[in-house]
Design a protein around this ligand. Sequence first.
Ligand SMILES: [Zn+2]
Length: 509
Amino acid sequence: MKIKFHGPIGRVTGSAYELHHGDYRFLVDCGQRQGPGSSSSNRGGFPFDPRSIHAVVLTHAHLDHCGMIPRLYQRGFRGPVYCTHETRDLAREVLRDSAKLDSLHTLDDVNRIKWSVPADLRSKEVRLEDDLTMRFFETGHILGACAVRFTFQAGDGKRSITFSGDVGPGRAGGSHLPLLPSRTRFDHGDYTVVESTYGATVRSAFEADLEHRLDRLELEVRRCRHQRGVLIIPCFAIGRTQDVLFDLHLLTARDRLPVDLPIILDAGLATRINGIYAAELRRRARRESWSNHALFDALRIVVDGAEARAEIDEALARTLSTESNQWGALTKEDRDRLVGPAVVVTGGGMCDGGFVQRHLARHLTDPSCTVLLTGYATPSSVAGQLQRMNEDEDIAICVADRFLKPSEVKARVTNLRGYSAHADQAGLLDWVFGADSTSHAFAPRRRLFVTHGEPRASRALVKAADATARRRGLVTTAHDRIGERWFDLARDTWCEAPTAGGAAIVARR
Ligand SMILES: [Zn+2]
């Protein structure tokens, strides 16, 4: 089997790997590039003929991993997309939403996707092609997110390669994020391709501490009520919104929030995603595989017994429901009339689009308002500009077609850490090597490819992995050594591009 790393090399978006097993060709992920300059590259052609690809295997539903799949169909791809059923449900919503926002693909393209969700993907090897199987392992990044290990025949023996997708923050045995399972441990086989988004980041223990995060959130909510202001919490639709809602709900359930304070979810896509999370969590609460002890501990629930399960169901349903008075949704008129005190959890994590723009336009000039950022923001985004405005007076912040100078922004802007759905450096090393075990029984045996990161982050992860890797006789390959070359996984060496056979106009299945 041969592999080409189309991306992301030296950046964190646009995930796509092309693999050839004999004349069977498939992709692992097919994601959009995001950020400055990405639009033209997404609109350009694929670096391969989409008609020659037989299948896509998808790790998870973030746009930088699945966003180009509809366009792949638009350009002649006819094969199936293999993923977990949660990833299918989430990706369908995300891709429909993005069809409305840009012109990369249409709703028809999304409806053409042939989703294939084998029920036992996570419990056994599933056949992809002759002498080629795959198995999925949860990474605890977002709902349904999995690493994928492919096992293939190479000469007399078998070899395997594992793709991390994105790796979540929770160690095996417990996660500090309430709604996610922790990472699973498994034998990586011969090769591992690992992401390095936070390969240079070492987080403080506070960031993995649920109680610390709850204390901070409580403080911000109480401050908002005291000042009779609006607390705006912009959130990404998948995962972040649900985590923040859960925390607010948990504080309410513990009588730590004022009962007379409206807590409002004002979001479009996130509201639809909530329904998928709620349904899945109810299903998982009844299954052994649902093992996030942080959630049960937080709710003071003993996991065994029908009564406890009913309690979990009820708690989750309340958390993710928008039907009760306090947890309402806004109309446009409500939004334009909203006054403090109120907490608004709203769509648009980087504040570049979504309902958050309306709220910012109304409340940024109000000193009683607080904007509580809950995640990473690129420097050029509105959230990134709000973070930098104390250092850079020349920024003109544009929200809902209104330009504001930093001196006009009177609202407080602050960060609430601890919601990251990505592992930091220690977490990535733990995922690759099992850093807390001396045997490294699950680590790859031949080579570690580090991709999916800014150059500084990839290099830092390579450096951190090198000592352990060398002790194991493992070669660590940094992003900048990967370039545009092909790698022969059977012969363990870089190689020429496979000779182009005739493109299969009609895929085999
Ligand atoms: Zn992701």
